[in-house]
Design a protein around this ligand. Structure first.
Ligand code: NAP
Length: 315
Protein backbone atom coordinates (compact mmCIF):
# COMPACT_ATOMS: atom_id res chain seq x y z
CA UNK A 1 0.00 0.00 0.00
CA UNK A 2 0.98 3.65 -0.35
CA UNK A 3 1.64 5.61 2.82
CA UNK A 4 3.14 8.93 3.87
CA UNK A 5 6.17 8.32 6.06
CA UNK A 6 8.45 10.62 8.03
CA UNK A 7 11.97 10.80 6.59
CA UNK A 8 15.02 11.26 8.81
CA UNK A 9 15.01 15.00 7.94
CA UNK A 10 11.43 15.25 9.23
CA UNK A 11 9.92 15.83 5.79
CA UNK A 12 7.04 13.62 4.69
CA UNK A 13 7.53 11.29 1.70
CA UNK A 14 5.21 8.93 -0.11
CA UNK A 15 6.41 5.32 0.04
CA UNK A 16 5.33 1.70 -0.39
CA UNK A 17 4.71 0.16 3.00
CA UNK A 18 3.47 -3.25 4.15
CA UNK A 19 -0.26 -3.36 4.80
CA UNK A 20 -0.77 -3.35 8.59
CA UNK A 21 -2.51 -6.31 10.27
CA UNK A 22 -4.91 -5.68 13.14
CA UNK A 23 -3.49 -6.83 16.48
CA UNK A 24 -5.87 -8.24 19.13
CA UNK A 25 -8.46 -5.58 19.94
CA UNK A 26 -7.87 -3.71 16.67
CA UNK A 27 -9.55 -3.24 13.31
CA UNK A 28 -8.10 -2.58 9.85
CA UNK A 29 -9.60 0.31 7.88
CA UNK A 30 -9.39 1.15 4.17
CA UNK A 31 -8.84 4.90 4.49
CA UNK A 32 -11.12 7.12 2.39
CA UNK A 33 -10.13 10.37 4.13
CA UNK A 34 -7.59 11.32 6.78
CA UNK A 35 -7.60 14.59 8.74
CA UNK A 36 -4.43 16.71 8.68
CA UNK A 37 -3.82 18.70 11.86
CA UNK A 38 -1.20 20.70 13.70
CA UNK A 39 -0.47 17.55 15.69
CA UNK A 40 0.99 16.06 12.48
CA UNK A 41 3.14 19.14 11.89
CA UNK A 42 4.47 18.82 15.45
CA UNK A 43 4.98 15.07 15.05
CA UNK A 44 7.13 15.52 11.94
CA UNK A 45 9.16 18.21 13.72
CA UNK A 46 9.91 15.68 16.47
CA UNK A 47 7.83 17.65 19.00
CA UNK A 48 5.27 14.94 19.78
CA UNK A 49 6.34 12.04 22.03
CA UNK A 50 3.85 9.45 20.71
CA UNK A 51 5.30 9.78 17.19
CA UNK A 52 8.26 7.46 16.71
CA UNK A 53 10.03 9.46 13.98
CA UNK A 54 11.68 8.27 10.76
CA UNK A 55 9.63 5.59 9.01
CA UNK A 56 6.47 6.29 11.03
CA UNK A 57 3.18 7.29 9.38
CA UNK A 58 1.52 10.53 10.64
CA UNK A 59 -2.24 11.07 10.97
CA UNK A 60 -4.48 10.62 13.99
CA UNK A 61 -7.93 10.32 12.41
CA UNK A 62 -9.38 8.56 9.40
CA UNK A 63 -12.72 7.63 7.88
CA UNK A 64 -13.11 4.40 5.97
CA UNK A 65 -14.48 0.90 5.84
CA UNK A 66 -13.44 -1.83 8.26
CA UNK A 67 -11.95 -4.69 6.22
CA UNK A 68 -10.60 -6.99 8.96
CA UNK A 69 -10.69 -7.38 12.73
CA UNK A 70 -8.13 -8.72 15.19
CA UNK A 71 -8.69 -11.27 17.91
CA UNK A 72 -11.44 -10.40 20.45
CA UNK A 73 -13.18 -7.96 18.08
CA UNK A 74 -16.67 -8.65 16.72
CA UNK A 75 -16.72 -9.79 13.07
CA UNK A 76 -19.85 -7.65 12.80
CA UNK A 77 -17.63 -4.59 12.39
CA UNK A 78 -16.34 -5.82 9.02
CA UNK A 79 -17.97 -3.79 6.25
CA UNK A 80 -18.97 -0.92 8.54
CA UNK A 81 -17.87 2.64 7.78
CA UNK A 82 -16.21 4.27 10.75
CA UNK A 83 -14.32 7.27 12.02
CA UNK A 84 -11.14 5.85 13.55
CA UNK A 85 -9.02 7.73 16.09
CA UNK A 86 -5.35 6.75 16.13
CA UNK A 87 -3.60 8.35 19.11
CA UNK A 88 -0.48 6.40 18.09
CA UNK A 89 -0.68 7.81 14.49
CA UNK A 90 -0.84 5.91 11.14
CA UNK A 91 -3.78 7.49 9.26
CA UNK A 92 -1.88 8.95 6.25
CA UNK A 93 -2.03 5.69 4.32
CA UNK A 94 -4.32 3.65 2.12
CA UNK A 95 -4.85 1.27 5.05
CA UNK A 96 -4.61 1.87 8.79
CA UNK A 97 -5.19 -0.03 12.02
CA UNK A 98 -7.01 1.37 15.06
CA UNK A 99 -8.22 0.16 18.44
CA UNK A 100 -11.76 -1.17 18.07
CA UNK A 101 -12.91 0.91 21.06
CA UNK A 102 -11.82 4.07 19.21
CA UNK A 103 -13.89 3.57 16.07
CA UNK A 104 -17.21 5.34 15.73
CA UNK A 105 -20.04 4.55 13.30
CA UNK A 106 -20.43 6.78 10.25
CA UNK A 107 -23.70 7.16 8.35
CA UNK A 108 -23.51 5.27 5.03
CA UNK A 109 -24.34 8.23 2.80
CA UNK A 110 -21.99 10.74 4.46
CA UNK A 111 -18.98 12.10 2.61
CA UNK A 112 -15.76 10.78 4.17
CA UNK A 113 -14.10 14.23 4.01
CA UNK A 114 -17.07 15.80 5.81
CA UNK A 115 -17.02 13.23 8.60
CA UNK A 116 -13.29 13.54 9.16
CA UNK A 117 -13.72 17.33 9.20
CA UNK A 118 -16.09 16.90 12.12
CA UNK A 119 -14.07 14.09 13.68
CA UNK A 120 -11.97 14.58 16.75
CA UNK A 121 -12.62 18.34 16.89
CA UNK A 122 -16.33 17.72 17.40
CA UNK A 123 -15.65 15.23 20.17
CA UNK A 124 -13.47 17.76 22.01
CA UNK A 125 -15.98 20.59 21.52
CA UNK A 126 -19.05 18.53 22.37
CA UNK A 127 -17.59 16.91 25.47
CA UNK A 128 -16.17 20.22 26.72
CA UNK A 129 -19.59 21.90 26.37
CA UNK A 130 -21.25 18.84 27.91
CA UNK A 131 -18.88 19.01 30.87
CA UNK A 132 -19.66 22.67 31.58
CA UNK A 133 -23.36 22.07 30.95
CA UNK A 134 -23.96 24.72 28.29
CA UNK A 135 -27.69 25.50 28.46
CA UNK A 136 -30.38 27.29 26.48
CA UNK A 137 -30.07 31.07 26.64
CA UNK A 138 -26.58 31.12 28.12
CA UNK A 139 -23.90 33.38 26.71
CA UNK A 140 -20.88 31.47 25.41
CA UNK A 141 -17.59 33.01 24.28
CA UNK A 142 -15.39 30.87 22.03
CA UNK A 143 -11.67 31.76 21.81
CA UNK A 144 -9.94 30.29 18.75
CA UNK A 145 -13.33 30.07 17.03
CA UNK A 146 -11.66 30.12 13.60
CA UNK A 147 -9.80 26.90 14.44
CA UNK A 148 -10.88 23.29 14.16
CA UNK A 149 -12.19 22.84 17.70
CA UNK A 150 -13.48 26.42 17.92
CA UNK A 151 -15.72 26.25 14.87
CA UNK A 152 -17.30 23.04 16.15
CA UNK A 153 -17.71 24.59 19.63
CA UNK A 154 -19.43 27.58 17.98
CA UNK A 155 -21.89 25.34 16.18
CA UNK A 156 -22.55 22.93 19.05
CA UNK A 157 -23.02 25.71 21.62
CA UNK A 158 -25.54 27.32 19.26
CA UNK A 159 -27.26 23.97 18.75
CA UNK A 160 -27.56 23.70 22.56
CA UNK A 161 -29.48 27.00 22.48
CA UNK A 162 -26.69 29.29 23.67
CA UNK A 163 -25.89 32.75 22.27
CA UNK A 164 -22.38 32.53 20.87
CA UNK A 165 -19.68 35.18 20.57
CA UNK A 166 -16.78 34.03 18.40
CA UNK A 167 -13.27 35.47 18.72
CA UNK A 168 -11.27 35.23 15.51
CA UNK A 169 -8.55 37.02 13.56
CA UNK A 170 -10.35 38.53 10.58
CA UNK A 171 -13.65 39.92 9.38
CA UNK A 172 -13.74 37.26 6.64
CA UNK A 173 -13.43 34.44 9.17
CA UNK A 174 -16.00 36.24 11.31
CA UNK A 175 -18.53 36.19 8.48
CA UNK A 176 -18.04 32.45 8.06
CA UNK A 177 -18.48 31.92 11.79
CA UNK A 178 -21.64 34.01 11.73
CA UNK A 179 -22.98 31.64 9.07
CA UNK A 180 -22.14 28.75 11.40
CA UNK A 181 -24.24 30.23 14.21
CA UNK A 182 -22.21 32.91 16.02
CA UNK A 183 -24.36 35.92 16.95
CA UNK A 184 -21.43 38.23 17.70
CA UNK A 185 -17.91 38.36 16.30
CA UNK A 186 -14.86 39.81 18.01
CA UNK A 187 -11.83 40.47 15.81
CA UNK A 188 -8.91 39.66 18.11
CA UNK A 189 -6.54 41.77 16.02
CA UNK A 190 -8.58 44.88 16.87
CA UNK A 191 -9.74 44.30 20.44
CA UNK A 192 -7.58 42.75 23.14
CA UNK A 193 -10.32 43.01 25.78
CA UNK A 194 -14.08 42.65 25.63
CA UNK A 195 -15.37 45.36 27.98
CA UNK A 196 -18.96 45.48 29.10
CA UNK A 197 -19.85 41.93 28.21
CA UNK A 198 -19.97 38.93 30.50
CA UNK A 199 -20.35 35.27 29.69
CA UNK A 200 -21.76 32.18 31.36
CA UNK A 201 -19.19 30.02 29.59
CA UNK A 202 -15.85 30.60 27.92
CA UNK A 203 -14.54 27.82 25.68
CA UNK A 204 -10.83 28.53 25.28
CA UNK A 205 -8.62 26.72 22.75
CA UNK A 206 -5.99 29.49 22.86
CA UNK A 207 -5.01 30.03 26.56
CA UNK A 208 -1.74 32.07 26.28
CA UNK A 209 -0.95 35.40 27.94
CA UNK A 210 -4.50 36.77 27.53
CA UNK A 211 -6.23 33.99 29.45
CA UNK A 212 -6.49 36.07 32.65
CA UNK A 213 -8.36 38.89 30.88
CA UNK A 214 -10.88 36.39 29.59
CA UNK A 215 -11.34 34.79 33.03
CA UNK A 216 -12.46 38.25 34.20
CA UNK A 217 -15.35 38.07 31.73
CA UNK A 218 -17.27 35.34 33.57
CA UNK A 219 -20.70 36.08 34.95
CA UNK A 220 -21.61 34.81 38.44
CA UNK A 221 -21.55 30.98 38.40
CA UNK A 222 -19.64 31.12 35.10
CA UNK A 223 -17.64 28.20 33.76
CA UNK A 224 -14.33 28.51 31.91
CA UNK A 225 -13.07 25.48 30.00
CA UNK A 226 -9.54 25.38 28.61
CA UNK A 227 -9.31 22.77 25.89
CA UNK A 228 -6.17 23.85 24.10
CA UNK A 229 -3.26 26.26 24.16
CA UNK A 230 -2.79 27.47 20.57
CA UNK A 231 -1.46 30.74 22.05
CA UNK A 232 0.96 29.01 24.45
CA UNK A 233 0.77 28.07 28.11
CA UNK A 234 -0.34 30.87 30.46
CA UNK A 235 1.65 31.79 33.56
CA UNK A 236 0.19 31.00 36.99
CA UNK A 237 -0.64 34.70 37.57
CA UNK A 238 -3.25 34.39 34.79
CA UNK A 239 -5.40 32.32 37.13
CA UNK A 240 -5.52 34.99 39.87
CA UNK A 241 -9.00 36.25 38.79
CA UNK A 242 -10.46 32.93 39.92
CA UNK A 243 -9.65 33.65 43.56
CA UNK A 244 -10.08 37.41 43.26
CA UNK A 245 -13.65 36.80 42.00
CA UNK A 246 -14.33 34.04 44.55
CA UNK A 247 -17.63 35.73 45.54
CA UNK A 248 -19.04 35.02 42.05
CA UNK A 249 -18.31 31.25 42.28
CA UNK A 250 -16.37 30.86 39.02
CA UNK A 251 -15.35 27.37 37.88
CA UNK A 252 -12.30 26.47 35.83
CA UNK A 253 -12.09 23.25 33.86
CA UNK A 254 -9.16 21.86 31.91
CA UNK A 255 -10.44 19.39 29.38
CA UNK A 256 -8.54 16.82 27.32
CA UNK A 257 -10.04 14.04 25.24
CA UNK A 258 -7.18 11.81 26.46
CA UNK A 259 -8.91 11.40 29.82
CA UNK A 260 -12.31 10.45 28.40
CA UNK A 261 -13.46 6.82 28.55
CA UNK A 262 -14.18 5.30 25.10
CA UNK A 263 -17.85 4.71 26.01
CA UNK A 264 -18.27 8.41 26.83
CA UNK A 265 -16.72 9.28 23.45
CA UNK A 266 -19.23 6.94 21.80
CA UNK A 267 -22.07 8.78 23.56
CA UNK A 268 -20.71 12.12 22.41
CA UNK A 269 -20.29 10.87 18.82
CA UNK A 270 -23.96 9.79 18.77
CA UNK A 271 -25.01 13.27 19.88
CA UNK A 272 -22.77 14.87 17.22
CA UNK A 273 -24.11 12.60 14.46
CA UNK A 274 -27.67 13.50 15.52
CA UNK A 275 -26.81 17.21 15.18
CA UNK A 276 -25.28 16.54 11.75
CA UNK A 277 -28.38 14.62 10.70
CA UNK A 278 -30.61 17.49 11.86
CA UNK A 279 -28.47 20.00 9.93
CA UNK A 280 -27.49 21.81 13.14
CA UNK A 281 -23.79 21.06 12.64
CA UNK A 282 -22.04 21.33 9.27
CA UNK A 283 -18.69 20.03 8.17
CA UNK A 284 -16.22 22.66 7.01
CA UNK A 285 -13.60 21.21 4.67
CA UNK A 286 -10.83 23.61 3.76
CA UNK A 287 -9.31 21.52 0.95
CA UNK A 288 -8.73 17.94 -0.08
CA UNK A 289 -5.27 16.72 -1.16
CA UNK A 290 -4.08 13.44 -2.69
CA UNK A 291 -1.78 11.32 -0.53
CA UNK A 292 1.16 12.33 -2.74
CA UNK A 293 0.41 15.99 -1.90
CA UNK A 294 0.76 15.47 1.85
CA UNK A 295 3.65 17.92 2.07
CA UNK A 296 1.48 20.72 0.60
CA UNK A 297 -1.36 19.80 2.94
CA UNK A 298 0.94 19.93 5.99
CA UNK A 299 2.41 23.24 4.83
CA UNK A 300 -1.08 24.74 4.63
CA UNK A 301 -1.88 23.62 8.17
CA UNK A 302 1.50 24.83 9.51
CA UNK A 303 0.92 28.27 7.96
CA UNK A 304 -2.43 28.63 9.77
CA UNK A 305 -4.09 29.43 6.42
CA UNK A 306 -6.83 26.83 6.54
CA UNK A 307 -10.41 27.58 7.53
CA UNK A 308 -11.87 24.15 8.19
CA UNK A 309 -10.24 20.76 7.89
CA UNK A 310 -7.42 19.96 5.53
CA UNK A 311 -8.05 16.42 4.33
CA UNK A 312 -5.96 13.74 2.62
CA UNK A 313 -7.84 11.52 0.20
CA UNK A 314 -5.84 8.30 -0.32
CA UNK A 315 -8.35 6.60 -2.66
N1 NAP B 1 -8.55 19.18 24.54
C1 NAP B 1 -8.22 18.24 23.69
O1 NAP B 1 -8.49 17.05 23.90
C2 NAP B 1 -7.51 18.62 22.44
C3 NAP B 1 -7.53 17.78 21.32
C4 NAP B 1 -6.89 18.20 20.15
C5 NAP B 1 -6.21 19.42 20.14
N2 NAP B 1 -6.19 20.19 21.27
C6 NAP B 1 -5.50 21.50 21.31
O2 NAP B 1 -6.47 22.53 21.11
C7 NAP B 1 -5.85 23.69 20.54
C8 NAP B 1 -6.65 24.14 19.35
O3 NAP B 1 -6.71 23.08 18.40
P1 NAP B 1 -7.34 23.33 16.96
O4 NAP B 1 -7.21 22.07 16.21
O5 NAP B 1 -8.66 24.00 17.08
O6 NAP B 1 -6.24 24.38 16.41
P2 NAP B 1 -6.30 25.31 15.15
O7 NAP B 1 -7.21 24.75 14.12
O8 NAP B 1 -4.90 25.63 14.81
O9 NAP B 1 -7.04 26.60 15.72
C9 NAP B 1 -6.55 27.44 16.70
C10 NAP B 1 -7.09 28.84 16.39
O10 NAP B 1 -6.76 29.68 17.46
C11 NAP B 1 -6.50 30.99 16.94
N3 NAP B 1 -5.17 31.37 17.43
C12 NAP B 1 -3.99 30.81 17.13
N4 NAP B 1 -3.00 31.41 17.79
C13 NAP B 1 -3.56 32.37 18.53
C14 NAP B 1 -3.06 33.34 19.43
N5 NAP B 1 -1.75 33.46 19.69
N6 NAP B 1 -3.93 34.16 20.06
C15 NAP B 1 -5.25 34.06 19.80
N7 NAP B 1 -5.79 33.16 18.94
C16 NAP B 1 -4.95 32.32 18.31
C17 NAP B 1 -6.53 30.91 15.43
O11 NAP B 1 -7.80 31.35 14.97
P3 NAP B 1 -8.05 32.84 14.47
O12 NAP B 1 -6.80 33.26 13.72
O13 NAP B 1 -9.24 32.76 13.60
O14 NAP B 1 -8.25 33.64 15.70
C18 NAP B 1 -6.44 29.43 15.15
O15 NAP B 1 -7.14 29.06 13.99
C19 NAP B 1 -4.41 23.28 20.23
O16 NAP B 1 -3.59 23.76 21.28
C20 NAP B 1 -4.47 21.75 20.24
O17 NAP B 1 -3.22 21.18 20.61
C21 NAP B 1 -6.85 19.82 22.39
Amino acid sequence: MKAVIATSSGDPAIADAPEPSPAPGQVRVDVEAAGVGYVDVMALRGEYPAFTGAGAVPGVEAVGQVTAVGQDVSEGLVGQRVLALLPGFGAFAETAVADAELVFPVPLGAQAADVVAIGVNALVAELALHRVGAAVGERVLVRGAGGGIGMLATQIARARGAEVTAVTSSAARGERLRALGASHIVDRTKASTLPGTAYDIVVDTVAGPELGKHLELLRPNGRYVICGAAGGLPDTESFAPLLRNFHTSPSLYAFSLNSVAPEDMQGSWKRVMALLDEGRVSAVVDRGFALAEAEDALRRVAAGKAFGKVVLLPR
